[in-house]
Ligand binder design. Sequence first.
Ligand code: SAH
Ligand code: SF4
Length: 436
Amino acid sequence: MNVNDSEFIEGQLEAMGYKLTKDMNLADIVILNTCCVRKQVEEKIYSTAGIIQQIKNIRPDLIFIICGCLAQKEKENFIKRIPMVDMILGPSQASSFAMLLNEYLEKREKLVVCNNKIPFNLKGIPIKYSHPIKAYVQIMKGCNNFCSYCVVPYTRGPEESRPTEEILAEIRHLVDHHYKEILLLGQNVNSFGNHSANHDSFLTLLNKVNKIEGIERVRFITSHPKDFHLDLIQVIKESKKICEHIHLPLQSGSDRILKKMNRQYDMQQYYTIINHIRKQIPDASITTDVMVGFPGETEGDFERTMQAFKNIQYDSAYTFIYSNRENTLSSLFNNQIDLSVKKQRLWRLIDLQRRISAIKNKAMAGQIVEILVEDKSKKGIDNQFWGKTRTNKVAVFNAENGSSDNDYLIGQLVNIKIIDADAYTLFGEFINVKTK
Ligand code: SAH
Ligand code: SF4
């Protein structure tokens, strides 16, 4: 979501005549777009601000802007501890960035706007997509779920859905610019449209997106298990474009902890969804987010998470150490877990998942899979490219020998044969470019 906000900010700056530089020494404006889901970012901001201060000492005209969730949450501290900051903007201000910058340029007075209750409107806001063939498309903002550990509902405000027509128009525009893949973004896509009458549901939106000619792949994140409609599985199965990948955050395998997290589902409900997916789309990949060391998590609770991982056999998982965030309910809970215990649990879980991922990936040897080629190999190996499968796995492959320039493959859908794999990557050989 933050990357997408940055794309809107960059788009507006470009429309004002600015150009992106990654060298702060050359910049007229330095922008830190921040996330505060986990605590480490906070410390980074203060150290980066120190570097910016040095540049500002030489060039006082340099405009320094902090925006995003951390700005929303920490504005008072930033004003006190980083007095030279020129603008502090909350995440909901990404869409009015140009207007606010112009206001600052006119008055040259510190501007602090962190209002997450403004209506959600992205219509006509310039955007600079950061990737040439795949793009994020925001379908919702905010969150109403108040999981007890999470800052998002406080920083991004209440849930609101974008009008379907606007979403479809953005996707059609992307097709016109040769985009192949889109990722529909929302904190809880399953509740798309739930908060206003006359709004399409998520399933209706997917059906409409699936009908757009020219887009090859459609993905979405994130599905909250409590709102996951089992009909969604059928929609994925029947639509050609929606990829067979479901990201379904588990957070914990213990009912007791799920309750304390206010996740509003239990393991039985979670398994019901998993079983339906496995039955209806056996080749679908399933990935998750999980946390270790939530306050009061016992060894028994953690073992339940390990057991859930063994039972479910995820393709991959984002594993997090629970991080205490101010203002969240769980920061007030007793029995905070020692960092050493959290780290030890994290490594056990990562190690388990690494073994599961490796076994699952290796079992794909011999299969022919479709890859959307993203770029040349990151290791710079001649004639080697990488891309992702429909199931969102990274695949590296060697293109045809004998041809010196295979760069035409970038942005194409190709078939490759899997030869080998490890926990994180599939290795294959090029077969052909996919024809329609
Ligand atoms: N809306 C998404 C998640 C957004 S935050 C959902 O509900 O799935 C992305 C992930 O960060 C969460 O799934 C969670 O695993 C992790 N996370 C959120 N708050 C956290 C915290 N306080 N400590 C550690 N991890 C956290
Ligand atoms: Fe945070 Fe829960 Fe909302 Fe996800 S659903 S953003 S974890 S409050």
